[in-house]
Design a protein around this ligand. Sequence first.
Ligand code: SF4
Length: 338
Amino acid sequence: MTSSLLADVSDALLRRREPITDEQAYALADLATVPPGDGDPMPALLDLAHRVRLAWCGEEVSLESILSTKTGGCPEDCAFCSQSAAFSTPVKPQPYLTRDEVVAAASDAQAGGATEFCLVLAIKGPDAKAMTHILEAAAAVQCETDLEVAVSAGLLTRDQAETIAAAGVVRYNHNLEAAASFFPTICSTHTWRERWDTCTFVKDAGMQVCSGGILGMGETPRQRAELALALRQLEPAEVPVNFLNPRPGTPLQRAAVLEPRIALHGVALFRLILPFAMLRYAGGREVVLGDLQAAGILGGANGLIVGNYLTTLGRPTSDDLSMLRDLRVPVKALTGLL
Ligand code: SF4
């Protein structure tokens, strides 16, 4: 059963170069519940995901650095987020970073091998002050570095998306975060539909869509497939795959961390549903996967967030570079530093 499913998925993605069907996607999701042991589908699933990644995206792995330029105090109540003002968390609101602070962080990221730099603001969506900050910070990074600039600043109107695109921002991040059927259990202050609409405005404005989600918030494997199938309709250039790292003070603070094999199943599932997208390992990989992070790079992922995340520490960039060297995976780089 499993081998015929994987053979059919392989035939679609590698021979016919066609997307898999929704039915196949949900059947792949169901493999998460097969126990390890004889007949374990995981090795074959990860191997197929890796071959699909190579065939559709090539060998290179891309590194991106993110910078929170406006931290904490967000009025929304996303249950996983320590930046929400609705919860009592150790993350305290910070003022906007200055131009010099943004440029210094971008320069460090470039020196460390990043090719892209994402400016992140913890807000529901930009007001006039936030729009000014975004446009000035993006211009500063473009002026002072060779980095491609991406922005993540919450829900946008169509006009705001067009203004940010006109400023030369190549990509806008706005995660759907979870399947539509699960989203109401993790957020009550805005809707999945609002997130979806922002992504469509970004696409219509000519920016690349960067949109993904967080695995391990209590959703089922089938809801992970539902999320990936929805993302596929947006044709995202990039899909961040985060794993829940339960944060103190948030409603999910006592959630169980995903088992590593289930996390790897999620990476492979996303790759097989989204064969064309840059699948970027993002927050939580150190906590969930530990020493198994390399398995995700050999199981469908082809991008990494390096350095620290928005409110949590990542591992040193040198550890990631060392892992990629050990795997003999070429790193997409502008600078030749690697
Ligand atoms: S909108 Fe973003 S910053 Fe605000 S609570 Fe939700 S995830 Fe956190």
